[in-house]
Write a protein that binds this ligand. Sequence first.
Ligand code: CU
Length: 266
Amino acid sequence: MGLAIAVVVALITLISTGIFLSHHWWLPHAISTIAPAIDRQFTLTFVSTGIIFVIAQLALAYAVWRFRDGGDTRRAAYSHGNTRWEVVWTTAAAILFIGLNLIGYQIWASVHFTGPEPGAMQVEVWGEQFNWYFRYPGPDNRFGPTHPEKMNDGIGNFLGLDRSHDADSKDDIVTATLAVPVNREVELVLRSKDVTHSFFVRELRLKQDLVPGLEIPIHFMATETGRYEIVCSQLCGLGHYKMRAYFEVMSQPDFDKWLETQAAAQ
Ligand SMILES: [Cu+2]
């Protein structure tokens, strides 16, 4: 029985490790300038914890086999721990996790704490149960104020704009798709109308919560044109599963044309 359990533990370990090594299910194609650093961090975390996982599981399999019941009638002796080894394990785990955090922190900070490059294009991202809206500031480059009491999805005033009174709102463009020009720095300002949502585009390697009452900026540069999916990755209610939108990366001329069409439809 001991041998059978040891073989099963070893097989589970080796097969699951093999699945990861084969990259059969792996990260989707990356299209942002920050992506290589995030993928490197991911791989570093995976490799270091993976090696420890394999060693620990194979040691478990060995112990199950080595100390199996062999009809020995001696009484078992109980160990009460080994302080020196406990200090060693705990210190090693602390160094590993704090080290990984320190390396990862720099990548995270480059998206969140350092501002975008000058000349970045600003877009507001709004989440509501269960839709996404995006707002471009228009030719004046300024977002008009939003009035919660004027928000009315029924008449298409999703963000509560008062275009007849607020000068800055007049040329604001509200869309259902997030389009950006390729190779241009973009700053997104994330806002929520109701509960916490999360903006996630796998190919950008970008995920950030939208928190009611906060305006959260993040920035990125997309390096390949194409159409990708935005999903809400924070369980936000019954319709969470269908809270999606498209993210399109276009050439600058295509983007200009697209924005013009959107402006005409306001
Ligand atoms: Cu949501």
